[in-house]
Design a protein around this ligand. Sequence first.
Ligand code: GUN
Ligand code: ZN
Length: 433
Amino acid sequence: MHDGELILGQVLRFAGDPFVQGADAARFERRGGVLVAHGRIVAVGAAEDLRRAHPQARITDMGDALLSAGLIDAHAHYPQTGIIASWGKRLIDWLNSYTFPEEMRFGDPDHAATVAARYLDLLLAHGTTTVASYCTTHPVSAEALFAAARDRDMRIVAGKTCMDRNAPAGLCDTAQRAHDESAALIARWHGQGRAVYAITPRFSPTSTPEQLEALGALWSAHPTCLMQTHLSEQLDELEWVHDLFPEARDYLDTYERAGLLGPGAVFGHAIHLTGRERGRLRDSGAALVHCPTSNTFIGSGLFDMQGLIAEGQRIGLATDTGGGSSFSMLRTMAAAYEVAQLRGFAIHPAQLWWLASVGSARALRLEDRIGNLAPGLEADILALDLASTPAIAQRAARAGDLWEALFPTIMMGDDRAVAGVWVNGVRRVGASG
Ligand code: GUN
Ligand code: ZN
């Protein structure tokens, strides 16, 4: 007998990979429930069965809301919260004009704490319960995000960004400082509560080979950390990398030769890849993170979802705020759908939902903790209103099955669709009880 909370609604979870098994990989319970106790999911099943088996549980009836695992944003920049939707630039100009000046402000711990709190509250309001975020080069920017996540009991992946060239002096560290400051943050935060440290060289153009090597050595000393960076986002960037690293075989090789490729490496964007890079990414167990609103907003290119899935790549989904134009993983799924359509591939709603939950969890090597509804997983849960606006409601009313009912919310939904969010078993969004 458990004295936990029994949340009732329409339950969506995954028993397999919908890119392999199609929509049959999903399990759907029209009148279902999720039993939560002590921060964990205890049971998932039919509402009546769970009520009968757990008569002591406190009931939270979410009606027709869809219950799912909280969504996971596998690549974002919390310091760019304030410059989201900045007009008119492509990657390198966008970094210099908007991003770096804003990131300079994160040496101030008060500013960092204010933005970190605002950012995580925005994520929760949008149904995102875990993010893998870059910070700035200032260690206090990482302290602020880890502390804000701890205050909300959120699972978080983050790291101090490392840059020792091609950025303003106020944002540059050195190879040694990047190593030592990252090591100190690992000692303070990695594995503490729900925090995971990601060693975070920004991207090859802003790191010397010496800095990349120092971070490669740090990662081999702390192999349970993740390593996150950017790869092959925009064509101008590829040319720049080629000029800066004439000896490298390709962009990925700038990381590979420094010891920054392997299981737990998480590469954002990965659009303009060579055959060699694709083979090495797959064989090494690295993950690719698709950032579709960013790739259209900054004009980077069209991610090859169909081809990369077919060759067995590990793929997650992400907003990439503030290069991305939304905090919402619903909007991000919609953009992933649209980008794939432009390449002649229609991603099924089951696949979109899987990418934003299980897929992102797998990319971050957290699939045994989050990203799905199953006994033993951490109780990060989203309740989604599938009729949150008149436009969505009138379309969903004609739906013949779950996927037709869900797809209008994927395409047109926003934070108004988020009826409830539980983080580690505690309700954080929506009226309690
Ligand atoms: N490449 C290096 N830094 C960044 C960043 O902050 N955003 C995006 N979209 N790409 C990058
Ligand atoms: Zn990014």
